[in-house]
Design a protein. Structure first.
Length: 156
């Protein structure tokens, strides 16, 4: 084999190891479990206004633990999405943030933060309807329940 081919192969293997390690680390730390109150979950805006993705989980009515992320995108809008997409949800791997992009840890696709909740379907993070009420980001449990099917493979 040529040196360039070996180098490319080695770099690919190292990249996959890093992504897998980051994914394993992520799933074991940094996900905040929420408890619904009166059929909704509320997250203080001050806790999610730093431009970083924040990952949460909440138990849906069907018993599945639904993991999702929220972030304030570079255009100043607070966005929310299930930590899965229509294509890769079976992998159960979710997304990590890389600057102004969310990156699928299964296929490596990159999604601009400003397009979350705008572009739906396919490989895009599955959007969650949300609203801002006073100083809280609010997501209804009905919305969580509608999207719990994305988590069925993660919990088997």
């Amino acid at each position: 084999m040529k040196k360039t081919t070996l180098l490319s192969l080695a770099m690919s293997v190292v990249s996959m190891i890093v992504i897998s390690s980051a994914s394993a680390f992520f799933w074991n730390t940094g996900v905040v479990e929420l408890s619904p109150v009166k059929g909704q979950i509320a997250i203080p805006i001050k806790d999610i206004s730093d431009g970083k993705s924040h990952h949460y989980k909440v138990r849906a009515t069907d018993g599945l633990m639904v993991t999702f992320f929220v972030l304030k995108s570079s255009d100043g809008i607070i966005r929310a999405a299930v930590d899965a997409c229509d294509v890769c949800y079976r992998s159960g791997k979710g997304y990590v943030q890389d600057g102004d992009f969310m990156v699928c840890t299964n296929c490596g696709q990159r999604f601009a933060s400003t397009k979350i909740n705008v572009i739906k379907g396919g490989c895009n993070p599955a959007p969650l309807e949300r609203s801002v009420v006073k100083d809280q980001l609010v997501i209804t449990m009905a919305e969580i329940d509608r999207n719990s099917w994305y988590m069925q493979y993660r919990q088997k």
